[in-house]
Design a protein around this ligand. Sequence first.
Ligand SMILES: Cc1cc2nc3c(=O)[nH]c(=O)nc-3n(C[C@H](O)[C@H](O)[C@H](O)COP(=O)(O)O)c2cc1C
Length: 341
Amino acid sequence: MSDIETVLSDNELNELREVYTPSITYLEAKKNYTYDFKKFLKFSSVTKISSDPVALEAILTHAYHALEKGLTMEVPRPGFGVDAIILTMATILKLERLGVIGVATKGGRGMLKSYVDFHNENGFGIDGKIKDDLIEFVNKMSHENNPGGSYTLSLEELRKASDFDYESFIQRRSSVRHFTGDQVDPKVVKTAVRQSLKAPRSCNRETRRVYVAYEKKLKEQLLSYQNGNRGFGHKLGVVLMVTVDLRHFDLIGERNQGWIDGGLFAMSLVYGLHAAGLGTCMLNWSEDCESDKRIRKAFNIPEYEIIITMIGAGHVPKKFEVTASPAPDVDEVLSIIEPRE
Ligand SMILES: Cc1cc2nc3c(=O)[nH]c(=O)nc-3n(C[C@H](O)[C@H](O)[C@H](O)COP(=O)(O)O)c2cc1C
């Protein structure tokens, strides 16, 4: 029997895996978790409202989004969301006093107006606890046109928008590692980023950020921190880095939310670039806290942002290889939840 046919012991296998996925000690694992933990605790509002206006905007958005949701129910409940209304008015006023006027305060104001309009149009009463303050608040902005509330979408529009060959679109997205090296038009990237803003996000808070490098030296510098672009990184037309701002989170249940919101956004971004005819490759930021500190320092990434992933994109040649990356049968992934006895 040749050596290669010998079944290795666990220890021998462990030695082999060290080349690709080096193991760490318990203490190193703890240090890395503590790094994430401290960041979340320091910048989110889970233990107390952060004094940062961004955190306040997030609390406002969280509150008024509950009201938006109320308007989109099959049967909206008259007088719903009293506590959310009180918090929405209070945070709008506080932010405006701080001179922070933006999508959150305007969206909040728009929502309050929609709330009053909805109740008036349907002949519903507003809860006495908020009625006078809310009506006064809304009347004062009668001349303003703020976005917010809800709007109507039709089945016909939905059908029209989904009437394309999604199967083909999705099956022809593969991670690409063969690029022409041509520059990517920043307008194309900007469009894809704008489209990705439509990706679902927790309670409509805008936590996502993108850093983009077009210039050769900067791309190289950015990629020099990343393990996984060897052999094609130098031919990428653009390198993007997706981050998420932790200042928006205010619930302990959201301790991992940033990775989810950022991941959904990154995927949408990849699809947006794919829709523009570019090849893309996600470039992992599966790094320990020391590498994380190094890249932050080099590119001035604020401490309150977590780095989700990098994405490389570029023009592709007429023909190129992609990995077969066999996928399991759908039934290995999909389980139907059965009623329990
Ligand atoms: C978060 C993330 C990070 C990734 N990082 C890398 C990377 O650093 N280098 C690389 O060549 N591919 C990377 N990939 C691509 C995966 O290897 C690839 O998506 C997977 O094998 C499936 O193949 P497909 O994308 O061609 O369908 C990454 C994918 C994800 C989701």
